[in-house]
Design a protein around this ligand. Sequence first.
Ligand SMILES: *Cc1c(COP(=O)(O)O)cnc(C)c1O
Ligand code: SF4
Length: 463
Amino acid sequence: MPTETTPRQLKIISQLRVDQVPQLSRLTPDQLLDMQAVASVLPFRVNNYVLEDLIDWDNIPADPIYQLVFPQPGMLAPADFARMRALIASGAARPEVTAAAREIQHQMNPHPAGQKQLNVPAQDGKPVPGMQHKYRETVLFFPLAGQTCHAYCTYCFRWAQFVGIEDLKFASGEPEVLVRYLRAHPEVTSVLFTGGDPMVMNASVLRRYIEPLLDPSLNLLSIRIGTKSLAYWPYRFVTDPDADDVLRLFEQVRQSGRNMAIMSHYTHPRELQRDIARIAVARVRSAGALVRCQAPIIRHVNDSAEIWAELWREQIRNNTVPYYAFVERDTGPKEYFRVPLARCLDIYNGALRKVSGLGRTVRGPSMSCTPGKVVVDGVAEIGGEKVFVLKFLQGRNPAWTGQVFFAAYDEQAAWLDELKPAFGESEFFYEAELREMQARGNAQVWVDAPEAAAVAAALIEEN
Ligand SMILES: *Cc1c(COP(=O)(O)O)cnc(C)c1O
Ligand code: SF4
């Protein structure tokens, strides 16, 4: 077990220039221009740790961490890529570049899975800022100060907010809003802070959000933080000036009698193989927090059974819990990263076969889509038809959770909406009910109807 570390100052880099990233001098000017063309449309941000310690610069462009953070030509459609490249090569003025980029961004499905329309809850007849409440027991909270990350993943499904086509009105700077909502909704047992990355907030800001939740009169069982900081900036928990304060806050959550979980986004085993990364996990765990690990399956980055098996082995070695393997969402540069469901299943099962039961706590491949979290459980032949066996891990309607359903096997399909029901049925069992929810404009079926109607009206007005 490593014990020594030297403090490091975080340096954020968001310009693809050789004076900012000296490693880029390995590229030809043409290659650099390619990347700048893509980065004019999609977000780019990296830091000194990822640059210097995680990327293997002798292996670019194939290196998985390089693919994880650096824009690649294939991430735009060929015509869009050519257009942006020509604009930048000609030295076009900033407004012209931005306008062209905006057009392309809007064609890349910037708001997947009906998050805005269906997930924002209501209170006193108004949408509650900063929250999504899709599954009865769990509320997502988006703290305003936590809406960036220590680096950006090229495949991020929140990319639209980082390029500014989604304004930050969906986030909230007011912890009281959350507490008031929880008092009115004792069905919520878990609050999940998300972003961006809430761990970009300093300890005192984080404390303003978390401390009020420790009130014993609230019905909460757990507080979770979704973060990639353990991978992108492990110093956050070790040598940053407020690292100890953060750990103390986790301890306080435990002392209040609740589960404290870090939902850690690890995409590749290398993110767990640096000394500092192992130390960071050990420190978080020493504060009593549980670390659960999740990531999507991404072409060019981690699309092999061997990589996932190694990822889960590293997670087990570090006393963390493998939790979800996601299917990449249908947004942004999805064509570049796309892994068909059939292949996701092979990767998942292939990896599962290489680990002990301690690795099999992971569920996948799972799609977070409009009706709920749907896992591809397997392929079967039923009545002579080859089918995908699908199952709701979580349903927008809690009654759907655990329900199994079937889709015609399709080797190329990569998302639920590319699948057709099996056995010649015209639609999946939940579709009529989902349409009804969409017509009502709100899907919190356990919340009373007048509130649901009010939030729908307010959201329509706002947009
Ligand atoms: C995945 C997800 C959650 C958390 O789900 P768990 O299965 O409890 O980890 C909550 N809200 C939304 C919208 C989600 O997609
Ligand atoms: S850390 Fe999460 S929110 Fe941030 S860029 Fe990566 S996937 Fe997106």
